[in-house]
Design a protein around this ligand. Sequence first.
Ligand code: SAH
Length: 260
Amino acid sequence: MNNEQENNNSIHDFDFSLICEYFSSLHRQGPGSDEVTRQALSLIPALHEGASVADLGCGTGTQTLSLAQHTMADVTGLDLFPQFIDQLNQRSRDAGLSHRLRGIVGDMGQLPFERASLDLIWSEGAIYNIGFEKGIELWKSFLKPGGWLAVSEATWLTDQRPQEIELFWMDAYPEIDTVERKLKQLEEHGYQQVSYFTLPDSCWTTNFYLPQQEAQRLFLQRHPDNPTAQMLVANQRHEAELFSKYHNDYGYTFFVAQRP
Ligand code: SAH
């Protein structure tokens, strides 16, 4: 390894641990709410005891815990970040659920499950990491026939948007699209019984951006004069401002669908 590579790697590791520290200080790493999790859950038939559920990109596991609490199923939360998984496993133990709720470190693009083994694949605000179309196609093969998919995904809520927000999303996640287009994709990939609803704004404001204000203050206190930390916080603040300006134009939509 030459010096340049070494420097790049250490900068990368450093960013990685800062991002991780920032987001592990939050209960949610994306927009959502317990009501929304339960609303999506109510759209699928009750899961029997021992049913297999995977929550992909679970973060620190707020909705994973909720899934275990509101069903009789065996729930596995999977995330790339080991610190998030440690937190989920601690929360599972604290709730007395560790016999049927566990977190594992893994990649949603290379699932460590048997094909056709899952009754339900859940994913809140995370499928964008591999892209919606790739995700729904890949994950389908891990569902049992008749198994269910429940994912929240960034969607346009208007037909035409101001340039500022278009440009932001084309850079952040160009696969953002209208609800109609996402429904068409689910259908094209063979899903049936599709239902959907859009998350209320409070999932973004009260539950996601508001708790970050205090988290940001403490984070900057812990990392004074650190340009990477400052940039991270500036980016999150910018996102929150965009949401307050353009919340009518985009949001997360929860899609629930069945593999035939
Ligand atoms: N579902 C949680 C977290 C959403 S944020 C919530 O709603 O609060 C997106 C999550 O996806 C992060 O925790 C991130 O670490 C995880 N992630 C990103 N890429 C991933 C991948 N390839 N495989 C698994 N998890 C991934």
